[in-house]
Each structure stands twice: as structure tokens, then as C-alpha cells.
Design a protein around this ligand. Structure first.
Ligand code: ATP
Ligand code: MG
Length: 429
């Protein structure tokens, strides 16, 4: 195929073989969030570039080098959203959803765009489910967010493969004091730092903690620790969160180096990580961002949230072999008919079945063909049963009901009894 007809690198088609697992995953998460009282919000995929610069921060990887930014025809600078929090906060402000201190528990799903180096678990268009809560400042809600993801891992059968890393970044005032101490320590050793870290030392020094360079990490061993600079308020909040996770039986490890890539976090930060996906091990990440709404022009409004990466979680479910068998099958019953009169009767019968059994996944053969070729298609469809209607069945007002997965012999069933019959065998299988 000519190059111009290929998808953009790092932007994937999700093929029919994969969509059942995606839908299963999305459905599970949606039902779980319903159960905890979260409501869905849908934001546009494109926003003014300024929104992301203001919320995410100018000196972050995302804004410095990962955004898909372009000029609209009228000259506005627009950006494909790299994450969901900024747009969610924008929508909350624009519609006054958090006005008067009212609580909002929101979630969203959709594609995000970042110009990163594509590799397993890292793409340029990827998908997230995100959750954001506004106007609750206590650790109880931080705990709820973590506990509901913990429940999700259990529902998906992947709980044993993920672990929770937790840290507190303190208030921005506390962090400013720490930042000074860190910068002083690192500046004295600047020549030993990797190049990225040396640059960050002046632009975004906390990100140095995140450095992948072993030399920089060695240097950090004796650096001032953020935990020693936590203000009392943040310490109390963090203790409250830990107490709740302990009460709910959610295991965690404190990772003092967890700082997160985005500028806007305060107090709680957390990541769910797995060692089963190679380098792209973070499947869900979030934290508290009490200063963000104000930074974006709203009244001071506490906020906390997380986002999970759908590609990575789907990959994890597959890697652990936890794809439920029942989602692989897309068809329950395949209806074959031979000759025009039988085809007409079969069509009418199919519609009556759909009236009676809305949950039945019934595929009617299209394109005619011999019984043999129709049965081959029936088998390939994955259906549990083939229904066959030829001249003889038509005359007797019955269909042949042929089990395709070795559940007994073919039976002849009257049209009038067919819905009840399928309700007991095909729908309960
Ligand atoms: P990473 O450290 O892996 O780059 P991040 O800190 O940039 O992740 P967030 O902005 O916190 O990621 O996004 C939340 C989640 O979205 C991540 O934990 C991950 O599961 C997923 N994610 C982020 N970037 C990508 C990507 N390029 N491709 C696929 N999934 C991604
Ligand atoms: Mg990233």
C-alpha cells in the first residue's frame, strides 16, 4: 500500500478482534463508577492551546514537546488534548458546576494525543478513562478513588499484577521550601547531573527526582527528602489517607521519589504500576490538585483525580490471560435458509425472535449459498446453534436447530416454540 494510505505512526486502529475486550473493559469501568456515584462528562477533543499551557505548565514534557498544536483557519492556536483534567476543569468553570462549593464527582473517557516515541504501551493517540472530584478537601475522597480502582482490578482479575505507589507532595508553599533546598544541593553537584536534569534544575527541579539516569539517581540518595519538608496540614492529610487504605485493606508502598509529570499536583500523588508490561508499567495515575482551579481563573476549589490508560490495561488483561471466554463469542444463533420462499419466512421469523428476545445475538445468513456453505459460515461465526430452514421445514412450520459446539443432536422445533427454546439454551449458555 502507498505510504499516504497508512494510519499515522502511533495512532492505531482497534480492530474487530480487539473491540469486544475494549467494550468489556469500558462497560466494567462505567458500571463501577455508576456504583460509586460518579457522573460522566464529555468534553471536546480540541481546545485552545492556552488552556494546556496554563494548566499543565510550560516546563513539562507534555507542553514542551508532546502536544499536537496547529493553527485554526482563523489563526487561533488549537491543540489536540494531551490529557483530560485541563478540559474537565475548563468545563466545570465554564458551566459553574463547582459553584457555591458544590461537590462534583465526574468521569470521562476518550482519546488523548501526545507526540511521543511509539512503542509497546506508548502511543500517539491513546485512550484514557479519567475521574475528577471537586470541592472535597479531605483524604476520604482520595481514599475512595484508590479503593474503587482496587475494586476494578479485582473485577478484571488483574489485582495480583498491580501495586500501588503513594507519596505526598505537600502544599505548594511547603514544596517551594523543599525546592530551594533541592536546588541548592543539586547546583553544587551540577556537573554530575545528566543533561535533562541539569536543564530541569532551573526550569522544573522536582522533575529531577524522576530522572532515569543511574548517576543522577545515585546523587539523589543523599539529597534533601521531600518527606522532611511536609507541612503539618499535608502530613495529617497523608496520615488520614493511609489510615483509610489500611482500613480498606489496600496495600501500598510509599515512594518518596514519585512526583508525577504534571505541575499541578499537591498533597496526594499515586500510581498503580505493574511489572508485567515492560517499561510502560504505569496503568493508572493521579493525585490531588487543590491549586489548579484557581490557577485557571476560578475560585479556590479542591480537586483530586486520576486517569487510567486503556491500552495498557487491555494489554495487561491479555498478558495475564484474563480475557473472559464469553466475550469472545459475538453470535448466539445463525439462521440459514435455502431458496427464496424459505428466505422470506426466515426473515420474518428472525424479526419475531428479535421482538421476543432482544438480548439474542442472531445472525441471518445473507448472500444465499448451499446449506453446506451456510453451515460453514455459521460455524465460523462462533454461534452456538445454527437454525436451518429448507423447503421441508417451511412446509411443516418448523426449523432445524443444530448445535454447533457439540451439545447434542439436531432437533426440529416449531416456529411458535422457538423463542422459548432459544431462551433456555442459546441465551443461558
Ligand atoms: P508515562 O510516565 O508512562 O509517560 P504519564 O505520567 O505521562 O505516563 P499520565 O499523564 O499520568 O501519564 O496519564 C495517565 C495514564 O495514561 C498513564 O498512567 C498511562 O497508563 C496512560 N498513558 C499516558 N501516556 C500514554 C501513551 N503515550 N500511550 C499509552 N498510554 C499512555
Ligand atoms: Mg508521559
Amino acid at each position: 500500500m502507498s505510504k499516504s494510505l497508512q494510519a499515522i505512526r502511533g495512532m492505531n486502529d482497534i480492530l474487530p478482534e480487539q473491540t469486544p475486550l475494549w467494550r468489556y473493559f469500558e462497560d466494567r469501568v462505567a458500571r463501577l463508577l455508576d456504583g460509586y456515584g460518579y457522573r460522566q462528562i464529555r468534553m471536546p477533543i480540541v481546545e485552545f492551546t492556552e488552556l494546556f499551557k496554563r494548566s499543565i505548565g510550560e516546563v513539562t514534557d507534555i507542553v514542551e514537546k508532546e502536544m499536537y498544536t496547529f493553527a485554526d483557519r482563523n489563526g487561533d492556536s488549537l491543540t489536540l488534548r494531551p490529557e483530560g483534567t485541563a478540559a474537565c476543569v475548563r468545563a466545570v468553570l465554564e458551566h459553574g458546576l463547582a459553584g457555591g462549593g458544590q461537590t462534583q464527582k465526574l468521569w470521562y473517557i476518550g482519546p488523548m494525543f501526545r507526540h511521543e516515541r511509539p512503542q509497546k504501551g506508548r502511543y500517539r493517540q491513546f485512550h484514557q478513562i479519567g475521574v475528577e472530584v471537586f470541592n472535597i478537601d479531605g483524604p476520604d475522597i482520595d481514599a475512595e478513588l484508590i479503593i474503587l480502582t482496587w475494586r476494578l482490578w479485582e473485577l478484571l482479575g488483574i489485582r495480583d499484577a498491580v501495586s500501588l505507589e503513594l507519596n505526598s507532595l505537600g502544599t505548594s508553599a511547603a514544596r517551594a521550601v523543599y525546592r530551594e533546598a533541592l536546588v541548592e544541593y543539586l547546583t553544587a553537584r551540577a556537573e554530575q547531573l545528566d543533561e535533562d536534569s541539569r536543564r530541569r534544575l532551573t526550569s522544573n527541579p522536582l522533575r529531577v527526582l524522576d530522572s532515569k539516569s543511574p548517576e543522577t539517581q545515585a546523587l539523589l540518595a543523599d539529597a534533601p527528602k521531600l518527606a522532611d519538608y511536609l507541612d503539618d496540614e499535608s502530613q495529617v492529610h497523608f496520615d488520614g489517607l493511609k489510615a483509610r487504605l489500611d482500613a480498606a485493606g489496600v496495600p501500598y508502598v510509599i515512594n518518596p521519589k514519585l512526583v508525577r509529570g504534571l505541575d499541578y499536583y499537591s498533597k496526594t500523588v499515586f500510581e498503580w504500576v505493574t511489572d508485567r508490561l515492560g517499561a510502560q508499567g504505569t496503568v493508572c495515575a493521579g493525585g490531588r490538585y487543590d491549586g489548579l482551579v484557581e490557577q485557571m481563573g476560578g475560585k479556590p476549589t479542591p480537586g483530586v483525580g486520576f486517569a487510567m490508560g486503556i491500552e495498557r490495561l487491555v494489554l495487561l488483561i491479555e498478558t495475564l490471560d484474563k480475557v473472559p471466554a464469553e466475550i469472545a463469542r459475538q453470535v448466539d444463533v445463525y439462521l440459514c435458509a435455502l431458496g427464496e420462499p424459505a428466505e422470506l419466512a426466515a426473515l420474518a421469523l428472525a424479526e419475531r425472535l428479535r421482538d421476543r428476545l432482544p438480548a439474542l445475538r442472531l445472525q441471518v445468513n445473507a448472500g444465499s449459498g448451499s446449506f453446506k456453505s451456510q453451515l460453514k459460515k455459521a460455524d465460523k461465526s462462533g454461534a452456538l446453534y445454527a437454525l436451518v430452514m429448507g423447503e421441508d421445514e417451511l412446509a411443516r412450520q418448523v426449523v432445524g436447530c443444530k448445535p454447533l459446539r457439540g451439545q447434542g443432536e439436531q432437533q426440529s422445533i416449531a416456529w411458535t416454540a422457538l423463542a422459548d427454546h432459544l431462551a433456555t439454551c442459546a441465551l443461558q449458555a
